[in-house]
Design a protein around this ligand. Structure first.
Ligand SMILES: [Zn+2]
Length: 280
């Protein structure tokens, strides 16, 4: 699933192509992925509007239109949002929504597994977008401080891995970057969030920001489906320490990496670099 670095890369790669363009027609190919309003009104809300910009909140992309409507995409597992220039070739086989722009170019939402969701919302309806209003502070934002993390984790028995995946606690993180941040901070994924010391939380706040910044700098991580807005893969998969390295040795100490499930999610860690301390 694309996480904050992938969604941010999509945003940056798309915005220069589409800003200022007018939406001239819309093809809805799979109406059930439109969650609000019903498909006919959805199209009416975005048709003949001009794109003011493309924003991101957590893992949501918000296409800002000049009529104060936001066209919101949540790509979830396999959704892609790609720009196809006029005369350009559309290589996707699972198109679900095609937005035609006034210069003959297209913005195409495709999605193999169809878990992605679409909304066309007036500003006073944003609370209806599942999960968006409850988003916690995101990495690299001024609100994501050690003091915030410390307060949010206080007294929590939740495993730190599950805590970081909870979008209400920290917005935008997913399985890849959480495993990487915990590794770099030397924190075992099964530790209780409330058991982390201030020095550990300080390190974790730093490594979360670090992995997200590096992920963005590398244009995201591509294992399977993720592509940026120009249809290109990211390169951060070449720099991962634990995620996707099942059965391999730790890059730091040479110990074989281990894989466990935490809250149903596959989790990779180094048993030497991330010891599970005895909790009282
Ligand atoms: Zn190690």
């Amino acid at each position: 699933m694309p996480e904050m670095p992938e969604i941010e890369t999509i945003r940056r790669s798309l915005e220069p192509h589409i800003q200022g363009r007018k939406i001239t027609s819309v093809e809805v190919l799979l109406p059930r992925q439109i969650k609000w309003p019903e498909p006919e009104s959805f199209v009416a809300r975005i048709l003949q509007t001009t794109i003011a910009g493309l924003d991101r909140r957590g893992k949501y992309l918000l296409l800002q239109l000049d009529n104060q409507v936001s066209l919101i995409f949540h790509l979830r597992m396999t959704g892609q949002l790609v720009y196809v220039p006029s005369m350009g070739q559309d290589n996707s086989h699972h198109n679900r929504l095609i937005i035609h722009l006034d210069d003959g170019s297209k913005l195409i939402f495709s999605d193999t597994r169809t878990f992605g969701t679409l909304y066309a919302m007036h500003q006073d309806e944003l609370w209806r977008v599942q999960g968006m209003a409850e988003l916690g502070p995101e990495p690299l934002s001024p609100e994501f401080t050690v003091a915030y993390l410390s307060k949010a984790a206080e007294g929590r028995k939740t495993k730190i891995k599950s805590f970081l995946l909870d979008q209400r606690k920290v917005g935008g993180l997913g399985n890849i970057y959480v495993d990487e941040a915990l590794f770099l901070a030397g924190i075992h994924p099964l530790r209780q969030a409330g058991s982390l010391t201030l020095p550990e939380l300080t390190k974790l706040q730093y490594t979360v920001n670090q992995v997200i910044a590096e992920g963005i700098a590398d244009g995201g991580t591509t294992f399977r489906d993720y592509r940026n807005g120009n249809g290109e893969k990211g390169s951060h998969q070449e720099h991962l320490y634990v995620y996707g390295r099942d059965g391999q040795d730790c890059r730091i100490c040479g110990t074989p990496l281990e894989k466990i499930k935490v809250g149903g999610r596959g989790t990779r860690f180094c048993p030497h670099c991330q010891p599970l301390e005895v909790e009282s």
